[in-house]
Design a binder for this molecule. Structure first.
Ligand SMILES: Cc1cc2nc3c(=O)[nH]c(=O)nc-3n(C[C@H](O)[C@H](O)[C@H](O)COP(=O)(O)OP(=O)(O)OC[C@H]3O[C@@H](n4cnc5c(N)ncnc54)[C@H](O)[C@@H]3O)c2cc1C
Length: 403
């Protein structure tokens, strides 16, 4: 059976703020965009990174903050209302060497999709360390974005830690000094990779301590108290999964208490301590000893980089050494005409919802212009073909403009 083919003038791949902003602009320009929102693409749910956070307090228009998932639901709703067609599937291959561009989907392998223009808005995901306790306290003390989360009350006047040794780590730490009581930067190696300016700013700051040859190895918090309580009462098996209490094992009284009181406490879990491993070495770098210390820590910020979702275009579009799509400065233009990139997939500096939305708008406006130019070229080509056709068929039977 022949593969079903679906052609669009312009498609958007992704579903974060960049993708939906692009789609809203394209739909309003009557380009009938199709947006492929992904199904856990790159490990992130449709709606993008903001679906993994609770309060977003810096997106304009929401003076009391907005829940990340609700914000993305609203963007999706606006896209659909404007006229975007949304396909809930992940684009798994994309051929940019042919025109129209051609791509396929994970859950509809029999279909061939094509587009005259592609907007790539596949985002990025923060690298994690996979420490014990990381899943329990992710967004409950652990964050990968100081600018996004640093101002929330749980970090005010509290001891905070940053992991990383580059410029981003230095920037995050300096930002956090506005809120935290003290900021400790843990650097795994014996030296900071940050530029000398950032290094000095960090080392000279009275609220910052840089600890070299130091790394976080476990995150602890108040859920542990609850776990300990149930373990003492019911034995080891009362604790199920990574962070849960197996409620089936509780007595009816405890179950009721669990629902009414403990679960609230459990849901309000937050990190309180970090286990740090310090290494001492000789001048030549030979390890003399390693020791672990549990230190008070109410915040842990990862500044160890992000993974841009660019597997689809590797080897086709120009990407930098970290895999980010290279765009012409100040524009969404990539190395291939008709392919535009916006949001975190091409931005390792700002990485904010509002900047992603801004570049989504730019990508849509440039894609609109690109398609308009294509249509003018196509009309001119057809006119020339028709003119050639009528010249060559002058005095012969009509060919209906076809050669
Ligand atoms: C925990 C957390 C909290 C944050 N808090 C804030 C904040 O308070 N304020 C702020 O401004 N920013 C915040 N950010 C940053 C913000 O979320 C990002 O800058 C923004 O979401 C990037 O938007 P984007 O459109 O580029 O892509 P993303 O949000 O990364 O979304 C990309 C989407 O594309 C999908 N996708 C990927 N590949 C494919 C494919 N092949 N086919 C189909 N779909 C695909 C992914 O599944 C994903 O859903 C936070 C980030 C995190 C992780």
């Amino acid at each position: 059976m022949a593969a079903r083919t679906m052609h669009s003038k312009v498609v958007v791949i992704g579903s974060g703020p960049a993708a939906h902003t692009a789609a809203i602009y394209l739909a309003r320009a009557q380009l009938e965009p199709v947006l492929y929102e992904g199904m856990m693409a790159n490990g992130v749910a449709a709606g993008g990174q903001l679906t993994t956070t609770t309060d977003v307090e810096n997106f304009p228009g929401f003076p009391t903050g907005v829940n990340g998932s609700k914000l993305m639901d609203a963007m999706r709703e606006q896209s659909v209302k404007a006229g975007t067609k949304i396909v809930t599937d992940t684009v798994v291959n994309l051929d940019l060497s042919r025109r129209p561009f051609q791509f396929g989907l994970e859950y509809a392998p029999g279909e061939v999709h094509t587009a005259d223009a592609v907007i790539l808005a596949t985002g990025a995901s923060a690298k994690r360390l996979g420490l014990p306790g990381e899943d329990v306290y992710w967004q409950q003390g652990i964050s990968a974005c100081a600018v996004c989360d640093g101002a929330v009350p749980i970090f005010r006047d509290k001891p905070l830690f940053v992991i990383g040794g580059g410029d981003s780590a230095a920037e995050e730490a300096l930002f956090l000094t506005k809120y935290g009581q003290h900021v400790t930067v843990l650097v795994r190696k014996n030296e900071l990779r940050a530029s000398s300016v950032m290094k000095s700013r960090l080392e000279d700051h009275k609220k910052v301590t840089v600890r070299r040859l130091a790394q976080g190895v476990e995150v602890k918090g108040d859920v542990d108290e609850l776990v300990k309580f149930y373990r003492a009462k019911y034995g080891h098996e009362a604790v199920g999964g990574e962070n849960g209490i197996d409620v089936k094992i509780l007595t009816p009284e405890d179950k009721e208490k669990w629902v009414k009181e403990d679960q609230k406490k459990y849901q309000r879990r937050k990190m309180t301590h970090l286990v740090v491993e310090f290494t001492t070495t000789t001048e030549k770098g030979e390890i003399i000893e390693t020791k672990q210390e549990t230190v008070e820590a109410n915040g842990l910020f990862y500044a160890i980089g992000h993974n841009p979702a660019t597997e689809l275009v590797r080897g086709q579009l120009e990407v930098d050494t970290e895999g980010y799509v290279i765009t012409q400065p100040g524009t969404p233009f990539t190395s291939i005409q008709g392919v535009f990139a916006c949001g975190d997939v091409q931005d390792k500096r700002y990485r904010q919802a509002i900047t992603s939305a801004g570049t989504g708008c730019m990508a849509a406006m440039d894609a609109e212009k690109y398609i308009a130019d294509l249509e003018v070229e196509e009309a001119a080509r057809k006119k020339a073909t028709a003119a050639n056709g009528s010249a060559s068929t002058n005095g012969t039977a009509s060919t209906n403009g076809k050669i």
